[in-house]
Design a protein around this ligand. Structure first.
Ligand code: FE2
Length: 289
């Protein structure tokens, strides 16, 4: 087994997006801070309503997927297709912007904790202009597996394979074959899992910290730092003294050129300019109406 080691660390920086929602951005803070096909990872976590109440009013996307994982709180999605979706604690919204979607994501609470992630996953060139779509996945549809040793894994996308037992998450069949696990690791507990060689992978502790790598070669990774893994065929994570909670992401890289202008992510400058023109002239979403 060739266990992946910690290759690069991207510290999340405080920023804001939407109408002033405070968040921490690790992936996506600059063009080098991407892990193909993952374009961006935003983490929002606050008890202060002023940090989230303005939400994300109507805005467009083209060329990729947005995945929102709500840890605590309640947001409502509305889009140009007339869809309304409630995103509640423990639930996930998997949205394929494809050719274009215009949506809003607004808080449905005036107090209390709001905590979660938004991840952007790129689409291959041949799928960037497919019709938009989305899925709301309730917390109860996401399997949670407790492993010997105490690790607890929530399987959002891909399949958990431990001791010959497979547990499939609700999201399957995406062409980049993503794995998305939320892993709780008590102090000293380990989590070992295969990841296909060539796939890109990273971890992000959002509570406590974690050690990455096999015994003798472990390196610590602190809260709010994205740890990009080297190539290999497995990942090994170990809970530090206080334990930790981490998301693990892995996927097949696209190895295609990326040209991004805000919420439009295409392969060429011409395609991005087209996206801007389509948005300005009301044609961004035409084919998906
Ligand atoms: Fe959005």
């Amino acid at each position: 087994m060739n266990v992946r080691s910690l290759q690069r660390v991207i510290e999340a920086i405080p920023t804001s997006d939407g109408a002033g929602v405070k968040l921490r951005r690790s992936l996506g803070q600059s063009a080098w801070a991407r892990v193909d096909p993952f374009l961006m990872l935003d983490h929002f976590s606050t008890e202060n309503p002023d940090d989230y109440i303005a939400g994300f009013p109507s805005h467009p996307h083209r060329g990729f997927e947005t995945v929102t994982y709500m840890l605590d709180g309640h947001m409502q999605h509305q889009d140009h297709l007339g869809n309304t979706g409630d995103l509640k604690s423990g639930g996930v919204q998997w949205m394929t912007a494809g050719r274009g979607i215009i949506h809003s994501e607004m808080p449905q609470q005036e107090q209390g904790r709001m905590r979660g992630f938004q991840l952007w996953i790129n689409l291959p060139a041949k799928e960037k202009m497919k019709p938009a779509g989305y899925r709301d996945i309730q917390s109860a549809e996401i399997p949670v597996v407790t492993l010997p040793g105490g690790a607890r894994v929530k399987v959002i996308a891909g399949t958990l394979q431990v001791d010959g037992r497979a547990t499939a998450g609700p999201i399957q069949g995406i062409s980049t074959d993503p794995l998305y696990f939320d892993i709780e690791l008590p102090a000293g507990a380990s989590f070992v899992h295969p990841i296909a060689p060539g796939y890109h992978a990273f971890v992000y502790p959002f509570e406590g910290s974690v050690e990455v790598g096999s015994a003798g070669k472990r390196r610590g990774l602190k809260t709010h730092h994205a740890g990009v893994l080297s190539d290999g065929d497995a990942v090994e994570l170990t809970g530090c003294e206080q334990g930790g909670r981490i998301i693990l992401l892995a996927a097949k890289p696209l190895l295609e050129p990326i040209v991004q202008y805000g919420p439009f992510v295409m392969n060429t400058r011409e395609e991005v300019e087209q996206a801007v023109r389509d948005y300005q002239s009301g044609k961004l979403t035409e084919a998906s109406l």
